[in-house]
Design a protein around this ligand. Structure first.
Ligand code: NAD
Length: 492
C-alpha cells in the first residue's frame, strides 16, 4: 500500500460514530490504474443498515430535526466551504479509487461543493401555497421531509451523485443513509468526515459501505426508510423499485443512457467538435449521460468523422495520477465488458456484404502502462446503423458511434429509437429547428449548441423510459425529497 489513507477506511459511520461493522467483515479495494490493493473497506450488512436507519430516525427526533430551514442551510454552506478546502485530496482519493484523472476528480469535488452551496441557499426558500377554498376556510400546503432517506450510489461519479442527492435531502430536513458502491467509496467516507467536522449533527448522515446484494438490498427493503434515491443500472433499479413497492415508498431512479448528439449540416462545427468527443470520453465513457451516439447529417458526415478521428488519435491514455485525458475503467469486469463490445463490433462489421461498420480511430495505448490496469483504447466507430448493438446498448466505456442521417425526421427516429432517454444535444444555427427537436426528443434534458454530460447543478436531471424517473438536481429535487401536506383551517 503506497498510498496513505487520510482515515481508517474500514469503518462505517453511524449516528456520528466511526466504528467497525457489526460482523467485523471487510472488502478489498483495488486501484484500477494498476490493479494493486489500495486498502480495505467495511462490508456492511443488514445489522449495520438497521443501526444506520435507527440513528437517522433518532437524529430526526432530536437536534437535527429541530433545526430551522435556515440553520440547515448554514450547515450545508459550511460543508461546502470545507469541501473546497479538500479539493486536491478528494481528487487524489478519486484517482486512486475510481481511476479518474485528477482534473476530472477536481471538477467533481468542486461540483460537490457547489451542490452543497446551491441546496444550502435553497433550504429556506421552499414555499407552500395558500389555496382558494370554501368561505370561512383557509387552506394551505406545507412541504415536509420524508424522514429517513436512502441513497444508493454507483462508482462512476460518487462525489457529484452524493452532492445532488444527499445535499438536496438534507436541505429538506431528511436524515440520510448512504450506501456507496463497493468498487469505490473513499470519497463518500471522506465526505462524511468533512460533514462531521463542519458541524452536521450526528445521525443526519450515515454511511454504510458494502455489497449491493447485502447492504444495498437491506437498505432498499428497510421498513424505516421513507424514500429511496437510486443511481445505477437498469437491472438493479428494477430490484430497488420492487423493494420500495413492498413498503409503499417513493423512488427516484437515475439509470443508464445511450444519449445522442445531433449535428446538422448548418452546425457551428468548430464549437461542436470538442463537445462531441469530450462528452464521450469523459471519465473513460463511464458516464450515464455520455454522448455515445453522434448523429451527423450527411452534408458534414465526412468532415465531422475525420475531425473527431483526429482528436481520438491525439488523446492521452494513462494512470489516473498522471492526469491523462482517459484513465482506466473501474474494474477488470468493466474492462472485459467493453472489450466484448469491441469484439462484437468487429463481428458485426464483418457480417454481410455492404456493411460499412468500421473503427475509424482508436487511440493507441502507450507502452509501459501498468499490466494490472483496466485500460481499453478509446474507439471511434463509423458506419453504424441504428440497429447495431453498439448503437443500442449502453457500453459504459470510451466508445462512440457515428450514425448518419438525412433529415430531421430520420434524426428523431434514430435519436428516440433506443430503450433509453436521458440527455440529447442538438447542433444547428436554425433556432426553429432547435426548438422542434427539443420538443420531440424523448429524454430528460436537451442541450442546444452545447452539451453537458450530467451537466448543470441548477438544472433538473433525470430520464424517461429505461433511463429512469424522478428528477434530481436543481430546485426540482427539493420537491422529490419532500412530501406535501395540505392543511384546511375552518375559522368561522
Ligand atoms: P449497479 O446498479 O450495479 O450499482 C449501483 C449501486 O447499487 C451500487 O452501490 C451497488 O452496490 C448497488 N446495488 C447493486 N445491487 C443491489 C441490490 N440488489 N440491491 C440494492 N443495491 C444494489 O450500477 P453500476 O454498475 O455501479 O453503475 C453503472 C450504471 O449506473 C450504468 O448503467 C450507468 O448508466 C448508471 N448511472 C446512472 C446515472 C444517472 O444519473 N442516470 C449516473 C451514474 C451511473
Amino acid at each position: 500500500m503506497n498510498h496513505p489513507m487520510p482515515f481508517d477506511t474500514t469503518q462505517v459511520f453511524i449516528g456520528g460514530v466511526w466504528r467497525a461493522t457489526d460482523a467485523g467483515q471487510q472488502l478489498p479495494l483495488h486501484n484500477p490504474s494498476d490493479g494493486s490493493l489500495l486498502t480495505h473497506i467495511a462490508r456492511g450488512q443488514a445489522a449495520d443498515v438497521d443501526a444506520a436507519v435507527q440513528a437517522a430516525q433518532t437524529a430526526l427526533d432530536g437536534p437535527w430535526g429541530q433545526l430551522t430551514a435556515t440553520e440547515r442551510g448554514r450547515v450545508l454552506m459550511k460543508m461546502s466551504a470545507a469541501v473546497l478546502l479538500q479539493v486536491d485530496e478528494l481528487a487524489r482519493l478519486e484517482a486512486l479509487d475510481v481511476g479518474k484523472p485528477l482534473k476530472q476528480g477536481r471538477a467533481d469535488a468542486v461540483a460537490l461543493a457547489r451542490y452543497l452551496e446551491f441546496y444550502g441557499g435553497a433550504a429556506d426558500k421552499v414555499l407552500g401555497e395558500t389555496i382558494p377554498f370554501i368561505n370561512g376556510y383557509t387552506a394551505l400546503t406545507l412541504r415536509e421531509p420524508h424522514g429517513v432517506t436512502a441513497h444508493i450510489v454507483p462508482w462512476n461519479y460518487p462525489m457529484q451523485i452524493i452532492g445532488r442527492s444527499v445535499g438536496a435531502a438534507l436541505a429538506m430536513g431528511n436524515a440520510c443513509v448512504l450506501k456507496p458502491a463497493e468498487e469505490a467509496c473513499l470519497t463518500a467516507l471522506a465526505f462524511a468526515h468533512i460533514a462531521q467536522q463542519a458541524g452536521l449533527p450526528a445521525g443526519a448522515l450515515n454511511v454504510v459501505p458494502g455489497l449491493g446484494e447485502e447492504a444495498g438490498a437491506a437498505l432498499a427493503s428497510h421498513p424505516g426508510v421513507r424514500h429511496i434515491s437510486f443511481t445505477g443500472s437498469v437491472m438493479v433499479g428494477g430490484l430497488i423499485q420492487a423493494a420500495a413497492a413492498r413498503n409503499a415508498v417513493p423512488v427516484t431512479l437515475e439509470l443508464g443512457g445511450k444519449s445522442p448528439q445531433l449535428v446538422f449540416d448548418d452546425a457551428e462545427l468548430d464549437t461542436a467538435l470538442p463537445f462531441l468527443v469530450n462528452a464521450g470520453i469523459q471519465n473513460a465513457g463511464q458516464t450515464c449521460s455520455a454522448a455515445s451516439r453522434i448523429l451527423v447529417q450527411r452534408g458534414v458526415l465526412e468532415q465531422v468523422t475525420e475531425r473527431m478521428a483526429e482528436r481520438y488519435r491525439a488523446l492521452r491514455v494513462g494512470p489516473a495520477m498522471d492526469d491523462p485525458d482517459v484513465g482506466p475503467l473501474i474494474s477488470r469486469r468493466q474492462q472485459e465488458l467493453v472489450q466484448g463490445y469491441l469484439s462484437l463490433l468487429r463481428d458485426e462489421g464483418g457480417r454481410g456484404a455492404g456493411s460499412s461498420l468500421r473503427i475509424v480511430a482508436q487511440t493507441p495505448l502507450p507502452a509501459g502502462l501498468p499490466a494490472g490496469g483496466c485500460y481499453v483504447p478509446p474507439t471511434l466507430v463509423a458506419g453504424a446503423s441504428a440497429t447495431h448493438r453498439i448503437a443500442q446498448e449502453e457500453i459504459f466505456g470510451p466508445v462512440q458511434a457515428v450514425i448518419a442521417f438525412d433529415d430531421e425526421a430520420q434524426a428523431l427516429q434514430i435519436a428516440n429509437g433506443t430503450a433509453f432517454g436521458l440527455v440529447a444535444g442538438v447542433w444547428t444555427r436554425d433556432g426553429s429547428r432547435a426548438m422542434r427537436m427539443a420538443r420531440k426528443l424523448q429524454c430528460g434534458q436537451v442541450f442546444i449548441n452545447n452539451y453537458g454530460a450530467g451537466g448543470g447543478i441548477e438544472l433538473p436531471f433525470g430520464g424517461v423510459k429505461h433511463s429512469g424517473h424522478g428528477r434530481e438536481k436543481g430546485f426540482e429535487a427539493l420537491y422529490g425529497f419532500s412530501t406535501l401536506k395540505t392543511v384546511a383551517i375552518k375559522h368561522d
